[in-house]
Every structure is written in C-alpha cells, then in structure tokens.
Design a protein around this ligand. Structure first.
Ligand code: XMP
Length: 317
C-alpha cells in the first residue's frame, strides 16, 4: 500500500544508491513540486544538491526573499540569483503573450546555464516533474519556464546534457503535497496556489515594464493578504490580479483622474483543466477594492472576473 512515509523512505534509499557521491543541480521555483523534489534529494545527498532560485522580477511582492529564507531554514544548499534586469530587458517592447513566454523561457535557460556551469563536476539535473507533466509535457499555451528535458538533441545548453533525476515523476499533485507534509515542509510552501512560470508577465496584458510590475505586486499583495485574513485562501484553487491595458476616468477629491484598472481573478478547480469563478463574498471584495484604490498609486478602478474555464482560461494571456 502506498503511504507518504513509505514513499519517502524508499525514494531516499533509491536516490542514495543511484547518485552515490555525484552532484545534482536543481532549479527551485518556490512552488510545491520543485520544493518537495529538492528536500527529498537533500535527504539523500545533502550538500551535493546545488539548488538555484532565480529572481526573474516577475514574482509576487517579497516572494523571492521570503521563499529563499524558507529554503535556507530547511537547510538546502541554495543560491539566489538576481536576474530581474535581464528579464525586463528581454521583455522590453514585447506585447504578444507567446513572445513574452518565449523570451522568459530563453532568459531563464541562459541564467540557469551560467549558474550550473559554476558548479564543478555536476553530473545530474534534478527536476520536480510530476506524473501529469509527463502526460502533458507541453501546456496548451506552449512550453512553460520549467525546464523540460529533451534527449539526444544537439546545441543544447550544457546543463541539459546532464542525466536527469525526477523523484516525483510517478506522483499526482495531491500525493506530492502529502509527501511534502511527511517531510515536514512548511505549509506556507505546500499550500500555496499554483503560479505560472512566466509569473506576473502574463498577468500584465501588453508590454511589461518594471513600473507595471510594481503596481501589480502591490495590488496583488493586498488581494492575497485579504484572502488569507478572511480564511478564504485555502478554499480557492488559484487567485491573482491582472493589470489591464486600459485607463479609465475617476475622481479623487476635486481632481479628475485617468488611471489604470486591475482585475481580480479567483477560481475553484481540481486540476486547472476546467475552473469555475469563485463567488467571493461582496464584503470581502468591497474591502479589497477600497484598499487597492486607496493605497496603490496608479489604480483608480477594480473589477472582478466572473468567467469560467472553458471557454475563458484561468490566466488572461
Ligand atoms: P490557463 O490560463 O491555461 O491556466 O487556464 C491553467 C493553469 O496553468 C497555469 N499556466 C502556466 N503555467 N507556464 C506555467 O508554468 C505557463 O506559461 C502557464 N500558463 C498558464 C495557470 O496559472 C493555471 O494554473
């Protein structure tokens, strides 16, 4: 019978035998899968696991530092890499969603390759691939920023020529969470909503600029904090804020304003393939809207997305 504890025990033993004294490099994303994969590998090979966590400048407010801190508390050998400017430069002038995804994927691979090359004698690439990723290895919207392995292809970055170790590739998401609990990983990491690899770049419709990222991070933090404080965060599959490419007229004191609109999105889902919009209570929505408009400079209007998937998607891009 499968239990999280028995999975942890046999997986660590198998990893020890397979990897011996070899070094492994692994890219952490802050999400559940890469975190659980890293902790399993850490139990098996300790400091021979070299984790890389890239700040692409497209994460939620304060997310990079707080997630890096929790990784370090768990004892992981992790290097945080500030690559914000490289991502912003690559995104400059791009407004097509697929072009933005491609640029982010490309820069991620460049940054990861640079860092992996600094580790001497690394033999393996660790990945948090789970079973559904194998079935559906490329999302409908194109490859994610997660590294997917491709075998026997020339011209690859050096790290992609490494042997691949994927300790979670037989598990479904709920099993990964159970394994994570058995490993005593922080609920803060295990319980977090799914977040797309390209991050806030696909929640800013049109061209991404550091200014828009900043505005969206502030609005999003107010939204997520209110979901947490009202006990709704864990009832929602995924929530986020979208920066719309329109301006609208408002009034502030005696002044007429002409500023940006953000949209709140929250969905219920089992697997992300279909999703229903959440009927969040009006009083919670009212509080979030007031807080955003009163505190985030550049926003004078907040709307709520009442579309389900299909035919809408969860993300707007
Ligand atoms: P959609 O918008 O297709 O999203 O309904 C379904 C789920 O996939 C996530 N998503 C992505 N994740 N790279 C990712 O790593 C992407 O390019 C990407 N696009 C969407 C989305 O956040 C939701 O959880």
């Amino acid at each position: 019978e499968w239990t999280p504890d028995s999975f942890v025990e046999t997986t660590i033993a198998n990893l020890k035998e397979k990897l011996g004294d070899d070094k492994v490099v692994l890219g952490l994303s802050g999400g559940v899968d890469s975190s659980v994969a890293a902790v399993l590998l850490h139990h098996a090979i300790g400091k021979n696991l070299h984790c890389i966590f890239v700040d692409n400048g497209l994460l939620r407010k304060d997310e990079f530092q707080s997630v890096l801190d929790s990784y370090q508390h768990m004892g992981l050998n992790v290097k945080g890499v500030d690559a914000k400017q490289r991502f912003y430069d690559a995104l400059s002038g791009l407004s097509d969603p697929e072009q933005k995804r491609k640029a982010i994927g490309r820069v991620f691979i460049e940054v990861f390759d640079d860092e992996a090359n600094r580790i001497e004698n690394v033999k393996w690439l660790g990945q948090g691939t789970i079973y559904p990723d194998i079935i559906e290895s490329v999302s409908v919207k194109g490859p994610s920023a997660t590294i997917k392995s491709h075998h026997n292809v020339g011209g690859l970055p050096d790290f992609m020529k490494l042997k691949v170790v994927e300790p979670l590739n037989t598990l479904f998401k709920d099993e990964v969470r159970k394994v994570g609990r058995s490993l005593k990983i922080d609920e803060n990491i295990l319980g977090r909503h799914p977040f797309p690899g390209p991050g806030l770049a696909i929640r800013i419709l049109g061209e991404v600029t550091p200014e828009k990222v900043h505005i969206l991070q502030e609005a999003d933090a107010i939204y997520i904090n209110n979901l947490k404080s009202s006990g709704l965060y864990d009832k929602v599959w995924q929530a986020g804020t979208i920066f719309l490419p329109v301006q609208s007229v408002g009034v502030m004191g005696d002044e007429r304003t002409y500023e940006n609109v953000v949209c709140l999105r929250a969905v219920e889902s089992l697997d992300g393939m279909t999703a229903d919009w959440c009927h969040l209570p009006y009083d919670v929505l009212a509080k979030i809207s007031n807080e955003i408009i009163n505190n985030v400079k550049g926003i004078n209007r907040v709307v709520y997305d009442i579309s389900s998937k299909p035919p809408a998607t969860i993300e707007w891009e």
